[in-house]
Design a protein around this ligand. Structure first.
Ligand SMILES: Nc1ncnc2c1ncn2[C@@H]1O[C@H](COP(=O)(O)OP(=O)(O)OP(=O)(O)O)[C@@H](O)[C@H]1O
Ligand SMILES: [Mg+2]
Length: 283
């Protein structure tokens, strides 16, 4: 029986994992949305991605995760030094990338607990692009998880996120309030312990207390082993989760990058000074 974490994380890493995006262009239904994105997020760093509605933030998140609807027409996305654009979303998740969706979908008939259990097992199976043969689609062998171990892990995470026991016995996202959906996403993140987490508007729809709890949860997970890309419209969540770097996206490109104070400046001044009045209205 394998007991080391090295077995769960193929190819023990000595360097921090990096997500490197170069000149990324992507289209959806024939329309070019991403028009040359350059971005590097290193494990241990927190980056905030801001920008007007429709500028391409969620599209970028979906492309990084491998949503099949988006077609990459140019550029590259590397994770841990490997080109991940050819990999399925499932394999990217096994490598340690996690996306908390802006609009999580319901999974009727699957409880939160069962969903999380399978997700954690898949993550532990891992995926090593250097060791696996893409042509045969082979992935590492399935590793089950003893119920007692799962129980212990989920109880620990539920405590951190102040999630009630009854919550995990409900069907995933079915009839969940906006805030409950976001909490379920963060619980999933806590269980998976990704090395790169992308949070797409995790703060929207959260009441003040829930925002604090969720932010504290994210902060409890932050550290040298996790990179975070947090997509948000509001400075508010960045008061809790202080970013190292803040980017503004506009029309499918990152047009400006600054430090954590940059978010405060944006909150005060809006986007117009950066993108011009007509452009601001257009979006
Ligand atoms: N599946 C899709 N089908 C058609 N158009 C899409 C699709 N996904 C994104 N788009 C279009 O791409 C553009 C960028 O959308 P995206 O959701 O990435 O913006 P965003 O920056 O996340 O905006 P918001 O701040 O409102 O969440 C929009 O014009 C949107 O209509
Ligand atoms: Mg969006």
């Amino acid at each position: 029986m394998e007991t080391t974490s090295a077995a769960a994380t193929p190819g023990v890493e000595t360097k921090p994992a990096q997500l490197v995006i170069r000149d990324l262009h992507a289209s959806v239904e024939g329309k070019e949305i991403l028009r040359g994105v350059d971005l590097t997020v290193t494990q241990g760093e927190t980056h905030a991605l801001m920008g007007p509605n429709g500028s391409g933030k969620s599209t970028l998140a979906n492309v990084i995760m491998g949503h099949p609807k988006y077609v990459v027409t140019k550029g590259e996305v590397l994770f841990k030094g490997h080109n991940i654009l050819e990999l399925s979303a499932d394999k990217r998740a096994r490598m340690g990338i996690f996306l908390a969706f802006q609009y999580p979908s319901a999974v009727p008939g699957v409880t939160v607990a069962n969903f999380l259990r399978r997700a954690v097992e898949a993550k532990r199976e891992g995926y090593d692009p250097a060791a696996n043969n893409e042509a045969t689609g082979q992935v590492s062998k399935r590793k089950g998880m003893p119920p007692s171990e799962f129980r212990k892990l989920i109880n620990e995470k539920m405590k951190i996120l102040k999630v009630d026991q009854s919550f995990i016995n409900r069907y995933l996202n079915e009839g969940f309030s906006g805030g409950e959906k976001k909490r379920a996403e963060i619980l999933q993140m806590a269980m998976l312990e990704p090395s790169m987490a992308i949070l797409d508007e995790t703060d929207s729809g959260l009441d003040i207390d829930a925002l604090r709890v969720v932010s504290e949860g994210v902060n409890a997970l932050r550290g040298p082993r996790m990179g975070v890309l947090i997509i948000t419209h509001y400075q508010r969540i960045l008061n809790y989760i202080t970013p190292d770097v803040v980017h503004v996206m506009h029309k499918g490109r990152i047009i400006k990058t600054g430090g954590s104070d940059f978010a405060l400046e944006l909150e005060k001044k809006g986007y117009e000074w950066l993108i011009g009045p007509e452009a601001a209205e257009e979006e």
